[in-house]
Design a binder for this molecule. Structure first.
Ligand code: NAG
Length: 379
């Protein structure tokens, strides 16, 4: 009897040691992500998006010289992926109707900058308002995800400015491109995932003179901001995200156990968002193939999306479709007609022009791996 208590005691102690959430993960403020020997330019320099005429001509040429599609199955909507019967509209629009001059002007309407952090040039929109007498300035970091870009925030910026007109504060908005996305540099080293990016954006905020700030994150931005709140609790005054995730063993156990009585962990009116679990897992399995590819073979897929704007568009639009509305699966247009073409095409330009399709995928493989899991910070 004594013996078995001793064994149990040791097991509990070992488990407790393994679950020491106070231990610091192996992450550093100054990890160098740039090429070896690069001179770092820590100045904050103005940046403008400038599309070369020759790159635009090349894009239009590729769009117009694709092979004929193999037709999608009859009435299959988006159940086999992007439906070729409706997809041609988007390619034609990009080649013939998208006004590159006007869109370039549109995308440059907010002040943009670049500065080097840990060896990488980081691109960001920086809206620094006048601070009138009696008002205080509140900095807010806003982070996008995949298949997005800073373009996600263009419409929101105006709403935010309007909503804060009569408040006793003004908001200073800092909206960066993630490393490997848009006009931020990519790393040529393994391992730059959501945890490592948290340090890059802490360093960016500090460089802009902010020791305390708010944050908003969507998609990958949610994971990065959640990590920042975990690592730098003294700096983060508050944060909001629109993709809360709890990737812990405890959360998964709780989710399974609660399936016996879901209303024990959530209010009745939202129970059907998660339960029955078989529906949730069916949908996750059905729609998350892209995730597994990005997390395991990003560079193979990268070859096709960097060579073909048609492939890039199909791959990204599939994710826009499945990640925004469940019912898009059974919609012949995949729900894409709900957007103005420019909203989706501007966003694609952040991937095509700087050739960042392949490098954007790598955030998945750099985050979802055992090395990252064993860092323990998710607990
Ligand atoms: C494209 O936009 C530019 C700038 O706004 C404008 O001058 C030009 O007329 C537009 N082109 C077409 C074909 O509409």
């Amino acid at each position: 009897m004594m013996h078995s208590w001793l064994v149990l005691g040791l097991v509990v102690a070992a488990a407790a040691a393994g679950y020491d959430y106070r231990s610091q993960p192996d992450l550093y403020y100054d990890t160098w992500w740039g090429p070896e020997g690069k001179e770092e330019d820590t100045t904050i320099r103005p940046f403008r998006i400038e599309w070369d005429k020759k790159d635009i001509d090349d894009l239009v040429y590729r769009l117009k010289n694709r092979r004929e599609f193999v037709p999608s199955l009859d009435d299959s909507a988006y159940r086999y992926g992007v439906n070729t019967h409706t997809f041609g509209f988007w390619l034609d629009y990009w080649a013939n109707d998208y006004n590159f001059t006007a869109r370039e002007q549109y995308l440059n309407q907010y002040p943009q900058f670049k500065t080097d952090i840990q060896g990488l040039g980081i691109h960001f929109i920086w809206i620094k308002p006048e601070v009138p007498e009696g008002k205080i300035n509140i900095p807010v970091l806003m982070l996008h995800g995949f298949p997005g870009s800073v373009r996600e925030f263009y419409d929101a910026i105006k709403e935010i400015q309007k909503a804060t007109e009569n408040k006793n504060f003004v908001l200073e908005l800092i909206i960066p491109s993630l490393p490997g996305f848009g006009y931020s540099d990519y790393s040529n080293k393994e391992g730059l995932g959501a945890a490592e990016m948290a340090f890059i954006y802490k360093n960016l905020m500090n460089r802009l003179g902010h020791e305390k700030y708010f944050m908003q994150g969507g998609d990958w931005g949610s994971l990065i901001t959640a990590n920042m709140a975990t690592f730098f609790p003294d700096e983060i005054i508050g944060y909001h995200n629109n993709m809360g995730v709890a990737l812990t063993d405890a959360a998964f156990s709780m989710m399974s156990i609660a399936s016996l009585n879901p209303s024990s962990i959530m209010s009745c009116d939202v129970v059907n968002r998660l339960y029955p679990l078989k529906n949730t897992f069916e949908q996750l399995t059905r729609d998350s193939g892209y995730f597994h590819v990005h997390a395991t073979k990003p560079d193979t897929l990268g070859i096709s999306v960097s060579d073909s704007p048609t492939a890039l568009m199909a791959w990204l639009f599939q994710q826009v479709s499945i990640c925004t509305r469940k019912a898009n699966y059974d919609d012949p247009e995949g729900g894409l007609h709900r957007y103005r073409p420019e909203q989706l095409l501007d966003n694609l330009m952040f991937y095509w022009m700087p050739n960042k399709g392949p490098t954007s995928f790598r955030i998945y493989s750099n985050t979802f791996n055992l090395r990252n899991y064993h860092l323990g910070y998710l607990k």
